[in-house]
Design a protein around this ligand. Structure first.
Ligand SMILES: O=C(O)C1=C[C@@H](OP(=O)(O)O)[C@@H](O)[C@H](O)C1
Ligand SMILES: C=C(OP(=O)(O)O)C(=O)O
Length: 449
């Protein structure tokens, strides 16, 4: 049964200017998909820059359990020997996706059109998250799911023996739901269609095309329509994973807030379905330059030069939410240190992430002396201005890596240190966070050190 590591309390305190180069790890979304597509392709897929965070390692184990061989050659350097579309076998044991919503939801899609049973579980955070948003559309292909009440994990999915293609309009903006449907569609005959009102991250569509599937995205009155032709032959590829803009957000925001900082964050994906935070920070007055813009591994990337400067609160357009969904926790820290009010609306999806992120940030910021307002779909932060956040609290992270990293960034600029009750979940997405931030000049310590 999935557990979760022994809690690691951590504290972050005021530091001098952050300086140097921050080589953040590979993109988590692309890393999951590189392993999954490699597992479904014929031949050997070579991956460089793979994120070796626990979420991605759990997906590698799952691919292995389904019959694909995932081999590590060195840091971030992996190969996958795929079994071809429809070539998976029934796993002998429960698939444990740990803390990863992306892992479990994409793999549910992957096995929904294969004629065997797969049982999924995860840690205490993942077992609270809604899976009905994926099992509902997968039923259209002929799959059945039995889980705990409200579709919670553990659940068993029995894949369709004679899958039929499906057409599905996603009721929530979710790349995980979209991807689960498209992955199921790969082993169904005919055309599978997903319609989403707002564009969400498009790594699945890009990678489907890159591995040789026929996939067409069109603008229609309802939003974006993606049509996939089923039962393609996917051919093994070489995948260079760009650096993760969601991980880069932490050193970038820390450098914007810590007086005198000047850092370089090279090779960060600037995919427009992911870069909403950077647009928002620039609107707040951030000194970020996007240097050496180029294409790497099929994604637009840039080197970010980031310098400290005063920031002002803004109203974040709700239409931008999907492109910065994982960045609201760190944005709310930036907002607390800006002058004026930052209004974040249209963010209710944050309530079903690794934790209820609106609640987790609101309670922690309040404990650190920041005034906030919230409702089901909104978080409003009343900024105190640079250097004026009192801090001095221990914030609960609720098994959520982004909450832990956000409060540790706050500790770098608050008057008194900020602690988190458990920094262990940071290893799911950014295992080198402490080391990387310390090299830049941050003071982060563990309770036992
Ligand atoms: O598809 C993906 O890789 C992801 C999609 C997003 O989740 P939703 O699909 O739930 O919005 C995001 O929050 C998550 O970190 C990664
Ligand atoms: C929401 C996240 O991941 P997942 O849904 O894959 O657990 C995240 O990394 O912020």
């Amino acid at each position: 049964m999935s557990g979760h590591a022994t809690p690691i309390p951590m504290t972050s305190r005021k530091c001098g200017p952050l300086k140097g180069t921050a080589n953040v790890p590979g993109d988590k979304s692309i890393s999951h998909r590189a392993l999954i597509f490699g597992a479904m392709a014929v031949g050997e897929t070579k991956i460089t820059g793979l994120l070796e965070g626990q979420d991605v390692l759990d997906t590698a184990k799952a691919m292995q359990a389904l019959g694909a061989d995932c081999i590590r050659h060195g840091a971030g350097d992996w190969s996958v020997h795929g079994v071809g579309v429809g070539g998976f076998h029934e796993p002998e044991n429960v698939i444990d996706c740990g803390n990863s919503g992306t892992g479990v939801r994409l793999i549910m899609g992957l096995v929904a059109t294969s004629p065997f049973a797969t049982t999924f579980t995860g840690d205490a955070s993942l077992r609270k998250r809604p899976m009905g948003r994926v099992s509902d559309p997968l039923a259209l292909f002929g799959a059945t799911c039995v889980g705990r009440s409200k579709g919670r994990l553990p659940l068993t999915l029995v894949g369709a023996e004679n899958p039929v293609p499906a057409e599905y309009a996603t009721p929530v903006p979710s790349a995980q739901v979209k991807s689960a449907v498209l992955l199921a569609g790969l082993n169904a005959p005919g055309k599978t269609v997903v319609i989403e009102k707002e564009a969400t991250r498009d790594h699945t569509e890009r990678m489907l095309a890159g591995f040789g599937a026929e996939v067409v995205t069109e603008e229609v009155p309802e939003g974006h329509k993606i049509t996939l032709t089923g039962r393609p032959e996917l051919t093994a590829q070489t995948v260079a994973v760009p650096r993760d803009p969601s991980s880069a957000a932490f050193p970038v925001c820390a450098a914007l807030l810590v007086e005198g900082s000047d850092i370089l964050v090279p090779g960060v994906s600037q995919n427009t379905t992911r870069n909403g935070l950077y647009t928002t920070l620039v609107e707040m007055g951030a000194d970020i330059t996007f240097e050496n813009e180029r294409e790497e591994g099929g994604e637009p990337v840039a080197d970010l030069r980031v310098r400290y400067g005063a920031l002002r609160g803004i109203e974040v357009p709700p239409a931008r939410a999907a492109s910065m969904i994982d960045e609201y926790p760190i944005l709310s820290v930036v907002a607390a240190c800006a002058t004026g009010t930052t209004v974040m609306r249209g963010v209710k999806e944050l309530r079903v992430k690794e934790s209820d992120r609106i609640d987790a940030m609101a309670r922690g910021l309040e404990a650190c002396g920041v005034k906030i307002e919230e409702d089901e779909d909104t978080l409003i932060v009343h900024g105190l201005g640079a250097g004026n956040v009192p801090g001095g609290a221990t914030c609960a992270t609720h098994i959520d890596h982004r909450i832990a990293m956000s409060f540790l960034v706050l500790g770098m600029v608050s008057q008194k240190p900020v602690s988190v009750d458990d920094g262990s979940p940071i290893a799911t997405s950014f295992p080198v966070f402490e080391d990387l931030m310390s090299r830049l000049g941050a003071h982060i310590s563990r309770a036992d050190s």
